[in-house]
Design a protein around this ligand. Structure first.
Ligand code: GDP
Ligand code: MG
Length: 598
């Protein structure tokens, strides 16, 4: 296939604006997938993704489209994950394309992730084709949305197709738009190979399968190739495309998007954003844009049943085969025993991993509160990266502590601006800017500590704006602050898994809030339990759990045995998620309490 007939593109959108539905319609219209094979939202492969309606894993499909001009084109549709945790992966998928179809909901207009995705597409010099979706909705306002696209993004939207992905209306207009306006790939088929790795999956029989975009040169079965960032060399055993069925080919030509496998055992060799070149005829430099992926959020994962420690290690190892950005190492907690410190790209990533361990590997977990990575500068001039607050050295050894900050963009109807500013204030945010999107909506820009938003910021934002605000952020670097470790003592003993790093000015109210929260969460026991918050050994807050006076069975007046059994079962049920910390039974929710602020 000549390059001029190839079109490589992604679909980008704010969540729920219809990206996956449009992808399904495109697959149908190009008859890539026969009707009876058509499962709803074929590109979202994992069950979890389907359930949550989000796309986590990338996928690339080759389609054939015969245009109205009578010529047949090869399309490569590259799906991108739709969540801020995966920004780097999105940017590498976009780098594999020449164009992006920008889906905007005709009733919602531009949202925070619309804009964030547009910026990523522009960074990668993509041609952006706006498409207005959901015009079947009675609340659709295509003209207002067109004007927004022109005013806020600066794209000409006058010719944007008005579609209903749900009803299959005007999908052909989108395909014609792609043929006419997405540039064909420009690489030189005879240049040294440069292929961009934008995704990988692990296959039990063939090892790691890399998804690549051939930018220059070509890849043939039998070629010896090198992954330039990891410096690993392999012989290509198979390559091909997905339609979405796997189709083997002898080569991947310049401009094409496909997969290759080479008996690669370690996913660490196949890094997203890396460049593959030919060992005999190598490129002088890799494609630009490669970055190492570093976890942003850490937490401890502990099996409730300590006998499952090895099972948990196995589960993490298996998950890591498909997920190079998941990191873990063994750690021991005085309170929780043997477990793992795990690093994630963000909270969604963390949730997904935890859920998969419980569902697919049947291991019940206690997870400690997520923490960001703090930089502790010591008086001896060295710097320690702290991903577990309990490991912060003694205060005498610390010169100062820095924490990661993000620049957040919050789009909202203007009546909620006050509530959002109040929320950002409470989260130690610094106001940066505020601009009108149109007469009724604003974009608020704040700098916020990542540690304050990783946990419940998004939920809080949703509830104070009735779900009308959207949110996106990017990391902007580290800033020093008045930070200190706050310890929590149960029954006079420090519980390491409950330590957190707090801002000193917010320490008193937070200490009180945590003690009160723990008091509610930890069930009464046979003895009184004091809960204390302390900074540098100084108690700053306290609450007491009164002792249990009556036995639960005392209520049963002896007679009714089935009722007695039920009560005992209920107790057992309640115990499932508990971990004995010293002499105190502590439920899972308590470990999250350190993040609660109200
Ligand atoms: P994504 O998050 O961007 O992938 O969005 P989805 O494709 O999963 O769509 C989100 C929701 O919007 C789903 O409930 C779809 O059925 C619905 N939806 C998508 N396209 C349309 C459309 O054209 N009209 C209407 N009324 N609903 C749509
Ligand atoms: Mg989707």
């Amino acid at each position: 296939m000549e390059q001029k007939y190839i079109r490589n593109f992604s679909i980008i959108a704010h969540i729920d604006h219809g990206k996956s539905t449009l992808a399904d319609r495109i697959l149908e219209l190009t008859e890539t997938v026969e009707q009876r094979e058509m499962k709803e939202q074929l590109l979202d492969t994992m069950d979890l993704e389907r359930e949550r309606g989000i796309t986590i894993k990338l996928n690339a499909v080759q389609l054939q489209y015969t245009a109205l001009n009578g010529k047949t084109y090869i399309f490569h549709l590259i799906d991108t994950p739709g969540h801020v945790d995966f920004t780097y992966e999105v940017s590498r998928s976009l780098a594999a394309c020449e164009g992006a179809v920008l889906v905007v909901d005709a009733a919602q207009g531009i949202e925070a992730q619309t804009l964030a995705n547009v910026y990523l597409a522009l960074d990668n010099d993509l041609e952006i084709l706006p498409v207005i979706n959901k015009i079947d909705l009675p609340s659709a306002q295509p003209d207002v949305v067109k004007k927004e696209i022109e005013d806020v993004i600066g794209l000409d939207a006058s010719c944007a197709p008005l579609i209903s992905a749900k009803n299959g209306l005007h999908i052909r207009d989108v395909l014609e738009d792609i043929v006419a306006n997405v540039p064909a790939p420009k690489g030189d088929p005879n240049a040294p190979l440069q292929a961009l790795v934008f995704d990988s999956v692990y296959d039990a029989y063939r090892g790691v399968i890399a998804f690549v975009r051939v930018k220059e040169g070509r890849i043939r079965v039998g070629d010896k190739v090198r992954f330039m960032a990891s410096d690993a060399e392999y012989e290509v055993l198979e390559c091909g495309v997905r339609t979405p069925k796997e189709v083997k080919k002898d080569s991947l030509e310049c401009g094409e998007v496909g997969w290759l496998c080479a008996s690669i055992k370690s996913i660490q060799d196949v890094r997203v954003g890396d460049t593959i070149t030919n060992v005999e005829y190598p490129a002088s430099a890799p494609l630009h844009g490669y970055r190492e992926m570093n976890p942003m959020v850490y937490c401890g994962l502990y099996p409730i049943d300590s006998a499952k420690y090895n099972d948990l290690r196995d589960a993490l190892e298996k998950l890591q085969l498909n997920d190079a950005s998941l990191q873990f190492e063994a750690e021991t907690s005085q309170a929780l025993g043997f477990g793992f410190r795990c690093g994630f790209l963000g909270l969604l990533h963390m949730d997904v991993v935890q859920e998969r361990i419980e569902r697919e590997y049947h291991i019940d977990l206690i997870a400690t509160a997520p923490s960001v990575v703090y930089h502790a500068y010591l008086t001896d001039g060295s710097m320690l990266a702290i991903d577990n607050p309990s490991l912060l050295p003694d205060v005498q050894k610390i010169d100062h502590i820095e924490e990661p900050f993000v620049k957040a963009s919050i789009m909202t109807p203007k009546e909620y601006v006050g509530a959002i500013m109040e929320l950002c204030q409470r989260k130690r945010g610094n106001y940066t800017d505020m601009v009108y999107i149109d007469d009724t909506r604003m974009n608020l820009i704040y700098e916020l500590p990542l540690g304050e938003i990783v946990y419940d910021f998004f939920d809080k934002l949703k509830s104070c704006t009735k779900g009308y605000a959207s949110f996106d952020y990017e990391l902007i670097g580290y800033q020093p602050n008045k930070l200190a470790k706050m310890d929590i003592l149960l029954n006079g003993e420090v519980v390491d898994a409950l330590s957190s790093i707090v801002h000193r000015e917010f320490a008193y109210p937070r200490g009180r809030a945590i003690c009160e929260k723990l008091k509610k969460l930890i069930p009464k026991q046979q003895f009184e339990i004091p809960i204390q918050a302390a900074i540098n050994g100084k108690i700053i807050a306290r609450a007491d759990i009164k002792s249990l006076r009556k036995n639960v069975l005392a209520k049963c007046y002896g007679g009714d045995i089935s009722r007695k059994k039920k009560l005992l079962e209920k107790q057992k049920e309640g115990k499932k998620r508990m971990k004995a910390v010293g002499s105190v039974e502590v439920p899972q929710e308590a470990f999250m309490a350190v993040l609660s602020m109200d």
